[in-house]
Design a protein around this ligand. Sequence first.
Ligand code: C2O
Length: 518
Amino acid sequence: AATKVYNFTISSKTIAPDGYSRDGLVINGQYPGPTITVNTGDTIQVHVTNNLTEPTALHWHGMYQRGTPWQDGTPGVTQCPIPAGGKYTYTFSTAGQSGTYWYHSHYMSQYVDGLVGALIIKDPSATSPLPYDEEIVIPLSDWYHTQSEDLLEHYLSRASKGEEPSPDNALIGGTGSNGCTGYVPTGTSCNANHTTKSYSFTAGKRYKLRLINTSAFANFWFSIDNHTLAVVEADGTDLNPQYVHRIPINVGQRYSVIVQANQKAQKYYMRAQMDTACLDLGEVIAKESLALAPVIYKGGANTFNSSVDWTDQLVDCQDLDYTVLRPYHAQAAPAAAEQITLSWDFHGDPVTNINRAFINNVSWVANFSYPTMMNEYYKMPDLSYDQLVIRPNTSDYVEVVLVNNDLNEHPFHLHGHTFYVLGWGNDTYDDATDRPKFNTKNPLRRDTSTVPGGGWTVFRYKADNTGVWALHCHIEWHVEAGLLVQLVDQSWKIPQLNITNDALALCAASNYSHLHGT
Ligand code: C2O
């Protein structure tokens, strides 16, 4: 195994992914950030230079961080953020995992402004569920024309009445069109003729598309006109192929699909259509909730009219029903030694009357100078520090029952783990009737799973990865509203971790004086 070294300089820059110029956050000048590609078992080392005037931190979404939980990049949970002008090096192993992952800032809502990128782990010795010739990484994202700081300030005020900011546009591969058709305030610039990304196919080849939903808010439906998609991976787990035309991909989730370039025209569209059920349609108009990216065939007959609307040609359009997804390498879900029930809703804070999210009646607020990891490491639990920190007593399997009392669906992500999704429903969870229907034989294993509106999801994970792991809704606005809990694996072993001096120094820099006994 090798060590792959990356240098990431984070800065702010005017960017215009859809033609509309705004201040964005970039890595090495790019949005999306550079793609990290390694082989399984390699160590990833990322030297981060923070050229912003505010702190930052990068989270490696889906990485187990076994033995290095302080490198998970989650301010308030695993680390103190990298200060403005500061530097920090993340080093972690990719042992035991492969597939499609991503990274993003986990400091406030920074990732919504552009701090995202793909992280791909290949396993050269693995047999793929289906053969392919080439692969393409395709991030899908909603996009806002206003900086997230302003959106967040409004969202977390009484005035928002809890209504989330609606995206202005949709992007495929970091670009979108129609950016100038909405509201363009005077003084801002918008280039209606900017070029969007296109992808090229060679007739006869098979492509593996690695789809990553890097959105703040939107669940997307992805399709390619006139092409069938074979779904072969979900969040790093290889799957028995499922042949579909459209797949739903929620915030934080990834799917790999294999597409045969078996068509004859020159141009087809890739489509990423936001599921607008949760959005305020007064703001997002239909055109802007759809991102299009042309797929251009090189070679092939090219004799067909390329202006055909292929969506009309698709008969018996088959949507992916993710209940049928089964891992390629079957594994039964082991029995659980402990059970946790987490039940949430949104309501006005009793004191401020500002709408917040409450899990088991607690609304999380990040304490950047006092991350839970350090609290556990120094074994000086601050009893006033009530942040819904759950410490299972077992190193074995824990079952989590997620109960969603909100009417909208929520994509929940657990850090540091891949979990077995045993079941879900869109009604009240009833143990007596729902448990017998659990799929424990070969359930889907992933790290981000949608909890239906007014419904529930039950998953199991092995609590043996010593560390503090965030479990949260990946809708960025909801994290900021407090929809996050922390699960501590083997809390008794945390004081023995070899947390590096650099990581401890970040906390010293953020004035967490009592870590040093003063
Ligand atoms: Cu994609 Cu808490 O993260």
